[in-house]
Design a protein around this ligand. Structure first.
Ligand code: ZN
Length: 175
């Protein structure tokens, strides 16, 4: 299978004011906003990326992998959850070609921080920022996310098998 695609989703509710957790998006601490509820750092972007990556490599969803790391090993940094599926993807001889992230929320405003998030996500996935696209919508307040109760993220990851380059090269030589 030369090409693979994974679609991941995740959503979290904002935590209460007194909990004072930082808002983490794609490994970036977003200043001035409430954090999200969750056992881990509740990085909703990284969780949706995990689920997309898990689809690409034929894994199960985040819970089955991260719950153990979180509850038993006390690992709450969502960046850590991505390491294993990324390693597995590479072991299968695939490389990530593009990453698309769609965020639905009322707050925070994503555009002012999207470049920083792209850079961070690229670093975590060991790709270039140019391979990461981020868009955001408030969805006209039609959902709890657009109304400001939480944040929802969909992510797409596309990957290519390393042999495909060699195959294409061979074919173009034959012509
Ligand atoms: Zn999550």
């Amino acid at each position: 299978m030369p090409f693979r695609v994974g679609l991941g989703q995740d959503s979290h509710r904002f935590s209460h004011v007194h909990e004072k957790r930082p808002l983490m998006l794609g490994g970036v601490k977003i200043i001035g906003y409430l954090g999200l509820k969750g056992n881990s750092d509740a990085d909703v972007i990284l969780h949706s990326l995990f689920n997309a990556l898990a689809q690409v490599i034929g894994w199960k969803s985040l819970g089955s992998h991260a719950d153990k790391m979180c509850k038993e090993d006390g690992i709450t940094d969502s960046k850590e959850y991505l390491k294993e599926p990324l390693k597995r993807l590479k072991a299968m001889d695939y490389e990530i070609t593009t990453v698309g992230i769609t965020i639905e929320c009322k707050e925070p405003k994503i555009d002012p921080v999207s470049d920083e998030i792209r850079k961070s996500v690229a670093e975590i996935l060991e790709i270039e920022p140019e391979q990461v696209g981020i868009i955001a919508t408030s969805g006209e307040k039609l959902t709890p996310f657009g109304r400001g109760e939480g944040i929802q993220v969909f992510s797409v990851v596309t990957a290519i098998h390393k042999n495909i380059r060699r195959i294409t090269e061979k074919k173009s030589k034959k012509k």
